[in-house]
Design a protein around this ligand. Structure first.
Ligand code: DGL
Length: 270
């Protein structure tokens, strides 16, 4: 965050950004802890999947979106996306006039405390390539072995509402089998879209094996905002605005499992 920090207003909204509906798994958890906060959610659906984009492309998309959040006077922005957190957070963390919360770095701190030796990470291609999970976890626990497995089709299954198709279960089982060869004690769902698939995963492995980092991430955000004096003073339920860069109807329908939107999100491109 830059020097304009002192101008942040605790009653301003919190921004949330992801390539699509995935970030709703984070928004959902944050809203449970901080129901009075106003928020703005941006799903960059025209550019999904982020996991297949280059770093330069992700920097370009994020810059437009973060400038939009600045124009809305957001006090904080939640990078509800593992791919951007692991690929571009370091490059942009001091560039904007608000707090930025990246999911990978915050989650890694807590994952490193798990009393296990072998941790699996399911994530997008770009997140796995970045090595962000093993690198961040090693800062706190160098003894934990971290095994990454990228799951190229999972984001599409969620975005396109293909969760109940038989073919989808086969794809997911195939990636899970590859991961299980490493004998992980727990597996992190290292892409915010993946918690949409926990029912399918639970058909093939015990559900306790999977960790959705959003829960701890939401706690972290709450504590940090409190520490910085940025929690809202409002006593009434906050409201939210949803924007997407393409396919608002598809977004509303795919979102259902984690967030029941009252109406379609607004279309907003830059
Ligand atoms: N949900 C995002 C993540 O956590 C992005 C997935 C994608 O669009 O590939 O990585």
């Amino acid at each position: 965050m830059n020097i304009l920090n002192s101008k942040l207003n605790s009653n301003s909204p919190i921004g949330f950004v992801d390539s699509g509906v995935g970030g709703l798994t984070v928004l959902n958890k944050v809203r449970k802890l901080l129901p009075n906060e106003n928020f703005i959610y941006y799903g960059d659906t025209i550019h999904t999947p982020y996991g297949e984009k280059t770093k330069e492309q992700l920097l370009e998309y994020s810059d437009s979106i973060f400038k939009f959040f600045e124009s809305q006077s957001c006090k904080a922005v939640v990078m509800a996306c593992n791919t951007t957190s692991s690929t571009i957070y370091q490059d942009i963390k001091d560039k904007y006039n608000f707090e930025i919360y990246p999911i990978v770095q915050s989650a890694a701190k807590l994952l490193a405390k798990l009393p296990i030796k072998r941790l699996g990470v399911f994530a997008t291609h770009r997140t796995i390539l970045s090595q962000a999970y093993p690198r961040e976890i090693a800062k706190y626990n160098p003894d934990m072995e971290v095994f990454g497995q990228f799951c190229p089709e999972w984001v599409n299954i969620v975005e396109k509402s293909l969760i109940n198709e038989e073919k989808s279960a086969g794809i997911i089982k195939n990636d899970l089998d590859k991961m299980l060869v490493n004998k992980p004690e727990k597996i992190v769902l290292g892409c915010t879209h993946y918690p949409f698939l926990t029912d399918i995963l639970a058909k093939f492995a015990p559900s306790e094996m999977f960790i959705d980092p959003a829960e701890d991430f939401a706690e972290f955000i709450k504590e940090d905002l409190a520490q910085k004096g940025l929690l809202t003073s409002s006593q009434i339920e906050g409201n939210g605005k949803f924007y997407v860069s393409a396919n608002p109807a598809m977004f509303k329908s795919s979102a259902k499992l984690f967030y029941e939107l009252e109406k379609e999100p607004e279309l907003l491109t830059f």
